[in-house]
Unconditional design. Structure first.
Ligand code: NIG
Ligand code: FE
Length: 410
């Protein structure tokens, strides 16, 4: 075959693949090849079964070793923020709790002050390196929430920055409107009035193409079930999917509420009851586990892992990267923490950071290596895929491809 436009753009051979393309197991293929064209996978399988010789099949042929997995999907982050909260971390180490700090006007509200004080360009400049770090460790799809603006202009500013990050890094960014994250000082004595404002702003930011999903913080220090329901109804009216910071510090039955709205995911869920888990299973709502926040807050209440498994609720793993409870800049590290704290198997953790995380974002075109899926994949310097849930730190991602293009490594 001579060069022609039916040639694949690229082909990597000699690697091993963890395709995850079955309900269980890594879907391992050794001495494998992976081909792609126009951002989509065209070949996934043994090198020996390639339909012709490599040089004639693809414009660029790469001989490599290591393991290739689907690109990682970080389905829950607050990576756009200004400043940081290292001081609160020190206070917590001296005994103050997250809730005490929040009630005293710190916590989320201290980041709100920093975000409001930053211009859009400053916010972008501060946030981009964090997103770049996540990409450098294998992330090709990144969810980013608003929630530190808490007024129309600043929520919009955060969402605009999130979109700019996707463009700058060449990855997919999915934005989530989380204005119902905390009560801003202007509404300190009027939470219902604030929720009304949140509901009014939503169509305006949505109209600008800035919203892919809607989230809220349903908690004693956040918003009630009734207030959350109001936000969810506004999302539903616009055809937007919902997800929730649910049952993190107490059981407000947030997981069941999310399921009632056919939500994409219920996240945190440390305190979710069996009834909540059943509701999630019925609705197909994904459980997003956030071991970084669990770790940093030194929590002891585990999510209902056995119940999630027993009821067949898919478990995703995400960084929850945020300045308060999870200053975590590696999804692979979150996988390790999920194994250590939640006793996920490394295979569950990998599936949780790929296949199930894609589902938690409503994305059906990624999360496994299969012909026809997006060419989002990572080549890792490891001898076995279980190492991805094993190492703490290190530089394991040799190359990160999003839509068939290198976005990190080489
Ligand atoms: O997912 N729980 C609420 N939101 C974040 C924390 C945000 C913050 O403390 O800045 C979370 O843990
Ligand atoms: Fe969060």
């Amino acid at each position: 075959m001579t060069t022609n436009d039916r040639q694949w753009d690229g082909l990597i051979q000699g690697v091993a693949l963890a395709t995850l393309d079955a309900d269980t197991g890594y879907g391992a293929v050794t001495d494998a090849a992976l081909g792609w064209r126009d951002g989509v996978l065209t070949y996934v399988g043994p090198r020996a079964s390639l339909p012709a010789d490599a040089a004639s099949l693809a414009r660029e042929v790469i001989d490599a070793d290591g393991w290739i997995t689907p690109g990682l999907v970080d389905c829950h982050t607050h990576v756009v923020f200004a400043g940081n909260r290292a001081v609160e971390f020190e206070q917590r180490l001296q005994g103050a709790t997250y809730e005490e700090i929040a009630r005293a006007g710190g916590g989320i509200l201290s980041t709100v002050r920093a975000v409001r004080a930053a211009t859009e360009d400053e916010l972008f400049a501060q946030s981009l390196p964090r997103a770049r770090a996540l990409v450098g460790d294998g992330v090709t799809t990144l969810e980013i929430k608003s929630g530190y603006g808490l007024d129309f202009d600043n929520e919009r500013k955060m969402l605009r920055v999130a979109r700019r990050i996707g463009d700058a890094l060449g990855i997919t960014v999915r934005t989530t409107y989380l204005a119902a994250h905390a009560l801003p000082p202007e509404f300190a004595h009027d939470p219902d009035g604030y929720i009304e404002a949140v509901v009014q702003w939503l169509p305006r930011v949505h109209e600008e193409g800035l919203v892919d999903a809607v989230d809220a913080f349903c908690e004693g220090i956040g918003f009630s079930r009734t207030q959350t329901r109001h936000v969810f109804e506004a999302a539903r009216a616009l055809g937007l999917p919902v997800k929730l910071h649910a049952d993190q510090l107490s059981d407000l039955d947030g997981a069941a509420l999310t399921a009632e709205f056919g939500g994409l995911s219920a996240d945190h869920i440390e305190h979710t009851s069996e009834a909540g888990v059943r509701a999630m299973a019925r609705a197909g709502t994904v459980a997003v586990l956030l071991p970084g926040a669990f770790h940093v807050l030194r929590e002891t209440k585990l999510p209902p892992l056995d119940l999630l498994r027993a009821h067949g609720v898919p478990m995703a793993v995400a960084t929850d990267c945020n300045p308060g409870t999870s200053p975590l800049l590696s999804l692979r590290q979150a996988m390790q923490l999920a194994c250590t704290h939640f006793r996920l198997t490394p295979e569950e953790a990998l599936r949780g950071a790929t296949t199930h995380a894609a589902r938690a974002l409503g994305l059906a075109d990624r999360g496994v290596l299969r012909v026809g899926m997006r060419a989002d994949f990572v080549r890792w310097r490891v001898g076995a895929p279980a190492e991805l849930g094993y190492w703490l730190g290190g530089a394991l991602a040799a190359s990160v491809f999003a839509g068939g293009r290198v976005v990190a490594g080489s």
